[in-house]
Each structure stands twice: as structure tokens, then as C-alpha cells.
Design a protein around this ligand. Sequence first.
Ligand SMILES: [Zn+2]
Length: 464
Amino acid sequence: MAKNQYRLTFCSGAETVTGADFLLEGPLDASGRPLVRILVDCGLVQGEKLATEANWEPFAYDPKEIDYLFITHAHIDHIGRIPKLVYDGFHGKIFATPPTCDLAHPMLTDTAMILSRDVDNKLDKVYAENIVVQATSNWTAIEYEKPYDLMPGITVTLHNAGHILGSAYVEFNLGGTRLVFSGDLGNSPSPILPDTTPLVGADYLLTESVYGDRQHEARDMRRDMLKEVLIENQQKGGTLIIPAFSLERTQEIVFEINELLEHKLISKMPIYLDSPLAIEVTDIYRKYADYFNDEIKRHIARGEDPFIFPGLVETPSAEDSKAILHKPDPKVIIAGSGMSSGGRVVHHEQNYLSDPKNTLLLIGYQSVGTMGRLLEEGAKTVTINHASIPVKATIRKISGYSGHKDSDALVEFISGSAKTLKKVYTVMGEPKSTLFLAQKIRNELGLKAEAPAGGKSIVIECGE
Ligand SMILES: [Zn+2]
């Protein structure tokens, strides 16, 4: 087959963790015009707030000209700008795994609701209900490992990324040259998902690098550490707050507590699942038993619901949520958002952080500028709803529940294609993390690796 050129642009999501948005154009004709334009992810840029000002800017491309959009997974930093894409005239086709197709609507509806409360929000029209419905309708579902012929010379395969339910890394076979977009890569083994599918035969790779410069503590210790924190809270007679993202982290923690109770390693206490979104998402998880790992499938085969146990109380309404304050201790509250940058967890933090008998347990990545990051770094006071709150509660952290591969695991994943990779691009990380990972890949695997600047375009020669 003749050689073809494709242009790859790191529109957003380079030199930063959030806002994944990559454009693949090709094959290019003599004047550099592409036959098709394909986007991979269209995520919200997040920071101190759920959505930063950057999201209101025009896209780096004309949405009307995009033919296809592939979504790696349903986290908002990968799907959050689809309503704007649609509002700005996109009318191409959207592809994702079946669970991602189902999860997109509740995730985007929740984001729309939070943004509509923001008085500075300039996107109220963009996140109108009809636009969100349009943005999440008629997606084409592709199962893992089922190659999809997009057009002559372009075949796409989704592989299990092991990050959240339905998460995929996307492989484009461009006339024999394989270009892979990692999306987010899971910290396998996950409590509930199968391990990430090994990377085989890739020629070019864009890899996430959230933990490109850090290691997680041993994963086999995480359940014991969670047990310790739960027992400690019970002994202190306090309230344990676990900020958790509604998608995946919450289901993992609920399943882990279920396991600890079932093995009688902790005693029963009230555990409030205080998130309407998490409750809705958990219902979608129940539809996809085939996507779980063998351990959780065994529970389901015995007729058990892995996400229900004695003591678990769901509090969908705002009144139920507020009433938790008057419930006796010891108790546990699981609420979003995972970085305490919004959501119900914030009012619980306002109520509970000033009392030393309470504990806040961080189980995920805390982005720069978020309240979670301030607490992680030992802030003595924080400002919540204009009130200054002294932080007297114990702050605990378990990094083993992170949803992302650590530095060594990323290199191990990439090593699966060490013989074929021509170049690796490290993206979706803070700059020091993307640079560190690129260096580590060069040193340990002897591969070409680069941390590209945001907005950069490169041309790839494809075909045999
Ligand atoms: Zn993610």
C-alpha cells in the first residue's frame, strides 16, 4: 500500500492533566488537505473550578468539519466539551464502548447542572437540556477487540484500558501503521475491572502521564489501609468523609467495604452514599456484569449485588443529604466530587473538618488549585462558602486506589510494544510529570519520547 501522511494535533490535553482533545487528519493530499478529520476525546479543561475559562474559547478546529469523534471513557475531562462541539455545528458520528455510551448522558447532565449554578457561566445555552440530549444521542457502540472498518485504509479497535467501566484505549490502523491513544490507563489490578489489555504492535503512542513521575504504594495494602481508617474512625466515634468521584471510585470503595464486612474485618456502621449521580451510575454498572473481573463476577454468580450491603444508606435528595449531619457517629459519608471542587462533599467538609475526632480520607488524584490538593498538602485553614474553616480533622490518604497507572506501570505497559514503537508522546499530565515520563521511556526502553507542547502538530508517515 502506498505511503500516506496523517497530521496529529495536540489541541488540548498536552502539558496538562485535563481537557483531552486530539485531532487526527488524513490522508493528506498534496496541498495538506485531509480526506477525513477524526477527534479523540473532547474533554472539559478543569482546575480550581469544574470548568475553567479555557472551555469558553473556540475550538482549535472547525467543529463542522469533524467527521468522527472517538471517546476513550466517560470522565468529564474526556467528554465535557461535546455539548459545545455540537452547539458549534458538529454533526459527525461518535463512537465508544457500550458502557461509555450509557454513562455519557448522566455524566454530562450532572456537569450541566453544576455549571448552571455558576453565576459566571457563559455556557448556559451550550449546556441546555436539548443540546446535552443531542450530544449524547445516537452514539455508535463498539465492543472491545472488535475491529471497526471506518473507511478504506482506516480500521479502529478499542482495547480495555482498565481505568473505569467501559474505558478504552483506541488503536487506529492506518494502512498498516498503528497509532494508539491511551485515554486514561487503569491502576491494575482494579478491585472491580479486568486488567488493562497489553499494548501490542503499536507504532506511535500518545500516553497519559498523570502519575508519570510517581509511584503508588503497594496495591495489596490498600484494603488493609482502608480497614484501618474505618476501624480508627469507629474507635474515635467520628465521621469519616471520603470524597469520591461518582464514576468508578465510588463503586470500588463500596465494593471494598462490602468485602471487609463480608469477611467480618470491620463491624457494621452507617455508610451514606450521598450522591445522586453515583447512585445513577451504580445502576448502569449493574447492567454490565460481563465487564467486571472474575472476583466480582463470582459474587454476581452467587446472586449477590456487589454494591449493596447492610448499613449502606443512599441519600438521593438534598433533604436526606442535609439530615446526615444529625445522624449519630460513628458514620461514613461517601460523596463527590473527588477533589472537593464542588458537589455535596463540600458542605460535609464545612461541617466536619473543624473537629479532631473526624477524618477525611483522600483516595484519588488531587489536581492543583482544588480544595482536595490544599487539604492533601496540609492546609491549616480552608475557605468554604466564604467561611474560614480550621482543619482539625485527621487527613489520611491511600494512593493505592488511584485510577491511574503509576510511573513504573506506565513504562511496563509501553514496553509491550518496545520492539515496534517509533515514538511515544507523553500527554495528560502536569508538565513535570510528562517530562519525567518521557525521560524514563528514553532511559529504560531506549525509545524516542517527547512531551509535546499544547497546540503542536506533527505529521506521521503511514502505510507499508
Ligand atoms: Zn479518566
